[in-house]
Write a protein that binds this ligand. Sequence first.
Ligand SMILES: *[C@@H]1O[C@H](CO)[C@@H](O)[C@H](O)[C@H]1NC(C)=O
Ligand SMILES: *[C@@H]1O[C@H](CO)[C@@H](O)[C@H](O)[C@H]1NC(C)=O
Length: 393
Amino acid sequence: MGMKLNTTAIALVLLLASAAEVSEGASFDVTKHGAKADGSDISQALLAAWKEACASPTPSSVLVPAGTYGLGQICFEGPCKAPINLIVEGTLKAPVDTKNFKADAGWVAFQNIDHFTLSGKGVFDGQGPAVWGKKCARSSYCGALPINLKFNFLTNSMVRDVTTKDSKQFHVNVLGCKNLSFYHFTVSAPEESLNTDGIHIGRSSGINITNTNIKTGDDCISIGDGSEQITIDQVTCGPGHGISVGSLGKYANEAPVVGIKVTGSTLTNTQNGIRVKTWPASPAGIASNMHFEDIIMNNVGNPILIDQEYCPYSQCKQQIPSRVKISDVTFKNIRGTSSTELAVKLVCSSGVPCQNVQLTDINLKFNGGAPTSICKNVKPILGGVQQPRSCSA
Ligand SMILES: *[C@@H]1O[C@H](CO)[C@@H](O)[C@H](O)[C@H]1NC(C)=O
Ligand SMILES: *[C@@H]1O[C@H](CO)[C@@H](O)[C@H](O)[C@H]1NC(C)=O
């Protein structure tokens, strides 16, 4: 008996030891590079650890242990010699005053890295409340504030478990990435935070967002031009403005949006549900092959919304139609409650009407009576339950 226990214990110790070895690889602890959990800026220590890890010919990791640290503007640059993992277990706080930040570089950027993983139970705290008070409309003020996390030109990479909190502007911007997955990721900011989109994707392909919880003051996820093969599954959104494709057509030379799939997700108390928005008077563009399936709406404004007359603050020539062509769109098994009487709004362009839009098993209730729909320049194919019954007039 005693003998048996001993063997088991030894086996367990050996197993744990080898597991630790495998997971650590070459490990660089930022506190061994001079970082202190006393609120002081650790960017120099973190960059020093990153530089060593990035030069390692075998897989490596950089660790920020539990604790609260200050962190200035930083860019983790590749390419690295082997797969690299940044493990953040602590809370990293951005400076409140960011007027000395380099413009458009964000607070924390990751750039030109292959096989990169960002993980850990840590938090990137953008300290946004100090700057949210000001109006964003029409001013460049909000756009100039730093984005919490920028992922630029990453390939075959993963972001998991970490949290982005109270960003001053968008929480996450994904640009030029291929095969990047967000898994069990958290975005956290209050409803009244301005311009704090959760995850914005542009010019990227093969982006997966799964098991992710987003609470913020603007779009939970926004999908910009040049996005292809974007998969969103098991995401909860709210508060926020919903999940958006667009806005598209504001600028010249926008690349097509093709292959969007949103499934198994829940939106709660959001301003909009699933929204595709394009500007009037736009250059020609394409948004196609977009599928929205098995989505629960809890008290959501405009749960199903295509808006090709999107023109906030009247910044456009409303009377000229959008030339972004929307086609091959399915909404299937969308159910729950609408907070607006208008539950389905399909306003397509008179210049390039929507093609092959399918609505199947739509079951939306409105607390104040029967929900309604409007349709313009679209003849959707209806199947299964239809509440409201769209385009029947
Ligand atoms: C995508 O990236 C993951 C690492 O996050 C990797 O395991 C996988 O092989 C990549 N897929 C392709 C098709 O390269
Ligand atoms: C991303 O999602 C697609 C579609 O579900 C899947 O085929 C692919 O394997 C996923 N990629 C990763 C890295 O999880």
